[in-house]
Design a protein around this ligand. Structure first.
Ligand SMILES: N[C@@H](CCC(=O)N[C@@H](CS)C(=O)NCC(=O)O)C(=O)O
Length: 203
């Protein structure tokens, strides 16, 4: 059985949502606030000290984008568009989430990855409402509806879901992004997301 090292309110929740779409799996929850991700036991699994890590039959796999792609290829092909351009559009969004939007968010709580002076940390945290709002403004006109790329969800929808749960805390005024709000409601109507909410992965 697949096992996922994960934590509530983390990017790992995207993998939880996708696994809940129809994979037999088991969560191994880490408490990030208590630093379990940097304990020796977990570093032996994932030397990066981050979640998620998926334990596949061939060993650990890290990086949420790679995990979603692996699950799409091995178990849930309905979330991977067959058309090459459509598939590339999905990845265009996923790379954006990985390289820009998730990184924008990390400046709120994880500024020590980049700076040590308190003034620099405060400054980075203060930019988060602006940078996350800019990311939402990038996504908003690209949300075709009801899912990101049209009538059916792709891996990119599962990637964005956890990030969408961070927005209010990051100081984004969601009233400016009706497509994003409607998209999130659509995701939360799915049984897979309902289950992770009931299991306490958000909030
Ligand atoms: N590049 C990794 C980033 C994973 C990541 O940063 N996860 C965060 C939670 S959202 C984490 O584990 N943070 C713990 C820490 O920084 O100590 C991915 O996309 O999977």
């Amino acid at each position: 059985m697949l096992k996922l090292y994960c934590a509530p309110n983390s990017i790992a929740v995207g993998a939880v949502a996708l696994l809940n779409e129809g994979v037999h799996w088991e969560p191994i929850r880490l408490n990030l606030k208590e630093g379990e991700q940097t304990g020796a036991a977990y570093l032996a699994v994932n030397e990066k000290g981050r979640v998620p890590t998926l334990i596949t039959p061939e060993g650990p796999l890290t990086e949420i984008g790679a995990i979603l792609e692996y699950l799409g290829e091995t178990a849930l092909p309905q979330f991977v568009p067959a058309d090459p351009l459509h598939r590339a559009r999905m990845r265009e969004l996923m790379y954006y989430l990985a390289s820009t939007m998730h990184v924008n968010h990390a400046h709120r709580f994880r500024g020590r990855r980049w700076a040590s002076a308190q003034a620099a940390l405060d400054d980075m945290a203060a930019t988060v409402p602006e940078t996350m709002t800019a990311s939402c403004a990038y996504l908003e006109p690209r949300i075709t509806g009801p899912y990101l790329l049209g009538p059916e969800p792709t891996l990119a929808d599962f990637y964005l879901y956890p990030i969408s749960t961070w927005l209010e805390g990051d100081g984004v005024d969601l009233a400016a992004f009706p497509n994003l709000v409607a998209w999130k409601a659509g995701m939360e109507a799915r049984a897979s997301v309902q289950k992770l909410l009931a299991d306490g992965f958000v909030g």
